[in-house]
Design a protein around this ligand. Sequence first.
Ligand code: PLP
Length: 422
Amino acid sequence: MNTSELFNDHVMATYGRFPLTLVEGQGVRVRDDAGREYLDFCMGIAVCSLGHCHPRIVNAIREQAGKLMHVSNLYFTDNQGLLAEEINIYHVGLEGKIFFSNSGAEANDGLIKSARRYGHLRPQANGKPRFEVVTFKQSFHGRTLGSMSATGQAKIQQGFDPLLPGFRYLPYNDIAALEDAVKDETVAFLLEPIQGEGGINVATKEFLEALAALCKKYDLLLMFDEVQAGFGRCGDPMAWRVIAPDVVPDGISWAKGMGGGVPIGCFWLSDRSVDEKGAKLSSLMGPGSHGSTYGGNPLVCAASLETLKEIREKKLSENATHQEARIRKEIASWKLPVVTEVRGLGLLLGIGLNPDLIPVSEGETCALKVVKTLMVKGLLLVPAGPETIRLLPPLNVTDAEVDEALAIIKGVLSEFSTEPIS
Ligand code: PLP
């Protein structure tokens, strides 16, 4: 039985998988079960920030696996403390505390729970807790009940109602829509500074600043979902800082790239004081309020610590900015009508496609058609929405590797007719 048959028989069909079985990877390349090599600019959807099997991560895992893989969070472990310190001091640069989860969705659930706690501490005028978290259309926050309910896309929620109550979705980047957004029960805003799954939409500086001002005015928490964009991918350790450096969030969630390939996520809460006695926001999640058996275990923290140190020490966020400039320049030089625009920041980039120029089969989007064609040519990418293909190379990608990928993309996009499909 081959692998796809095994999946057919035994694995739930929740993903529309490509007909490709990957067996090994090194750096920016992966190999399939037939020995064919691919340039991987998907990187586990922004997970493998140092490429595949980076020696620093591999060594950390090997060493830690032979020493101590897992113990309960009822004990202290050095790696978890060191990783939290690395994140707080060198990446966030603001005083706060961290809770470790296993994924981005769980990290967002943690932020949502924190917002609800804050709503109990600072209730409505009638004494009832505030609980509503306002999010944005086209957002993606995950697939747990909480994070799915926070997600502003009906297609993600379809068939799972009733959703968790207490969410409302506003149009992204629409400052005017913020005016009447705050209700008595509203306690927080949660947003991606750069929407990933929703099509690579970058928040404007004015929008983030307006939100921050609104949060201050109405005593709301400002929470950023940096699960896909964080830790160097967008040209700064923190994605929101590339856009609006003066904005200070109350909470942040991360996952994906922070582990370099191991399942880890976390959320951060500010140490700012929230009452007259000086209690910290982060202290709202006190003993018994939250937990995870695996969250932040010694094995994943060892891998994540080396990943984040490598990103910091090698200044890989600067490489993200350098490569973004090269990619934008090269794509602009093609002058291909099928390319509508390049969106995004650093190495979270989307190439917008003109659907009128790309013939598709029934039920297929033009982004999927292009991604499938690129795969045949030896390049792995993923769509971001129906009309955008997404570039997510590792943060240490070289000029030569970027050039190689761009040459494949140019070849494929040039194949599509410059005349609209009749
Ligand atoms: N938030 C954002 C912005 C994401 O892009 C994703 C995943 O794509 C998630 C949350 C969910 O993360 P996970 O799949 O690790 O639960």
